[in-house]
Write a new protein. Structure first.
Length: 138
């Protein structure tokens, strides 16, 4: 259950929820990741996939393959709250992933993200997640 301070501080809710996602990613814990997504409605456009994911099985399948790349979030930039109220918020920004490349080395993938979280029965879940590679500047 959330403390009174968390209920009145949307910025801390954003920080705490994003930390849960990053921690599950760091642990490569598929079930912890999946539990963060809504089981009623989810829309997910993953960074390293051309598929639209709209259910928990799709979330599980994507992260199963993504974890094979040994991802690590190495930097976050420009994270901000787009909107917030007591039951939902949208968080946008940029992050860099270090992942295995096709040649057996490591590479950094720069990406932008949008997460929309919704609170149902005192639990925050991701209902929308879009992450895409940053366009290369010319």
């Amino acid at each position: 259950m959330e403390s009174m301070e968390q209920k009145t501080n949307p910025e801390q809710i954003v920080i705490d929820n994003f930390k849960k996602w990053k921690d599950a990613l760091k642990e490569k814990n598929i079930e912890k990741i999946v539990e963060l997504y809504s089981d009623k409605h989810v829309l997910f456009l993953p960074t390293f996939s051309d598929k639209l994911v709209n259910n928990l099985n799709g979330v599980r399948e994507y992260f199963t393959h993504f974890f094979e790349k040994n991802p690590v979030v190495v930097a976050e930039k420009g994270e901000s709250i787009f909107s917030a109220d007591e039951s939902s918020y949208t968080n946008v920004g940029m992050y860099d992933f270090e992942v295995d490349d096709e040649n057996g080395g490591r590479k950094v993938a720069n990406a932008r993200f949008t997460y929309t979280w919704e609170k149902t029965n005192d639990k925050w879940n991701i209902i929308h997640h879009h992450s895409s590679a940053m366009p290369q500047s010319h």
